[in-house]
Design a protein around this ligand. Structure first.
Ligand SMILES: *Cc1c(COP(=O)(O)O)cnc(C)c1O
Ligand code: SF4
Length: 331
């Protein structure tokens, strides 16, 4: 339905989906991904063909925690539904890049029924994350039908995980906001990585969501050459805070195949967070976190880095168990 706005194809070198909205590509000041933080997020680079052994197609263990097709139940009170595999722009750093844009398409009616059967016998689940891909690649009617079906099981809190306000802000219409306002409680989590993504259009889209009664939070990814310096992150988090968007997570880049060129050593991330802690309001500070490989789960890094060994970091997971994470230097 947004085909006029999107350029979609397959990158011939990596066989990975390529796609960008006209709007998002208009934010780039150069089409050289080595030089422009917007271009770097959507233009494929040769480095994507480099796979380092510690990388995996399933870096955060989605498959291991698949409860029913398309439903990932990893954390006790939250479950994640992969609503659609498509996105309005394919991020080159996407950690679900082996699902996203590969043709699995929309979640089917049958898959939704199976998910609802599972959820009806798992009362511990209180919150449903609608993710993908981008769940707002569904049209309004189909999107809200998913929420309405889930709410027949229980009065779930809904978390909409979408990059639309960043890559296709015109997707957030008055009509969409109005329909969302009758389905609260709902939170919207967006994905802004660079202050240049905070445009008047994004501010308008987020304003609609906030006035509809949906709090908005942001998950950024720490990306080399894009936002791995204190000044950029400071401008990013200040810009989010001013717009009523809570900086929620700053993620260490996941070990997704072909993304080593984006990753930043954890020591640098810790140092950046220390610097930001001195400069910014606590409300503007996200949690710097990593998703441990093999389904170990999300853990905040700062307080949980126990020690560093030659080739790995030892981090404490939520249960207090020590787990290892490969140590990388810039390559
Ligand atoms: C990240 C994630 C969540 C949400 O975790 P929060 O810490 O609440 O943001 C839920 N389910 C899955 C499978 C996830 O990957
Ligand atoms: S919008 Fe999200 S799911 Fe889609 S490519 Fe970007 S990071 Fe991946």
């Amino acid at each position: 339905m947004y085909d006029d706005d999107l350029l979609i194809g397959v990158d011939s070198a990596t066989r990975l989906p390529y796609g960008v909205s006209r709007y998002y590509s208009s934010l780039a000041e150069s089409d050289d991904p080595e030089r422009d933080p917007i271009a770097a997020q959507y233009i494929p680079r040769e480095a994507e063909s480099n796979h380092v052994p510690r990388e995996t197609p399933d870096p955060i263990g989605d498959r291991r925690y698949e409860a029913t097709p398309r439903l990932v139940h990893h954390y006790r009170d939250r479950a994640l539904l992969l609503v659609n595999d498509r996105c309005a722009t394919y991020c080159r750093h996407c950690f679900r890049r082996h699902f996203t844009g590969h043709g699995a398409g929309r979640v089917s009616g049958d898959e939704i029924e199976k998910a609802c059967d599972y959820l009806s016998v798992h009362p511990e689940v209180r919150e449903i994350l609608l993710s993908g891909g981008d769940p707002l690649m569904h049209g309004d009617e189909e999107f809200f039908a998913v929420i309405d079906r889930l709410r027949k099981v229980r009065d779930f809190l809904i978390r909409v995980c979408t990059r639309m306000p960043v890559v296709l802000p015109s997707r957030i219409t008055e009509r969409f906001a109005h329909a969302l306002s009758s389905r609260l409680p709902a939170w919207v989590v967006i994905h802004v990585n660079h202050p240049r993504e905070i445009t008047g259009e994004l501010e308008r889209a987020v304003g609609l969501l906030l006035r509809a009664g949906a709090p908005v939070a942001n998950q950024a990814v720490l990306l080399r050459g894009i936002n791995d310096d204190a000044a950029t992150l400071e401008a990013l988090f200040r810009g989010l805070q001013r717009n009523g968007i809570r900086p929620y997570y700053l993620f260490q880049g996941d070990l997704a195949s072909g993304t080593a060129h984006f990753r930043v050593p954890i020591e640098r991330g810790i140092e950046l967070m220390r610097t930001l802690r001195r400069r910014l309001s606590g409300l503007a500070l996200p949690t710097y976190a990593v998703d441990l490989p093999g389904g170990g789960g999300k853990v905040p890094i700062e307080a949980n880095l126990v020690r560093t060994e030659n080739d790995r970091y030892i981090l404490r997971d939520a249960e207090g168990t020590e787990r290892s994470y490969p140590r990388e230097t810039e390559q």
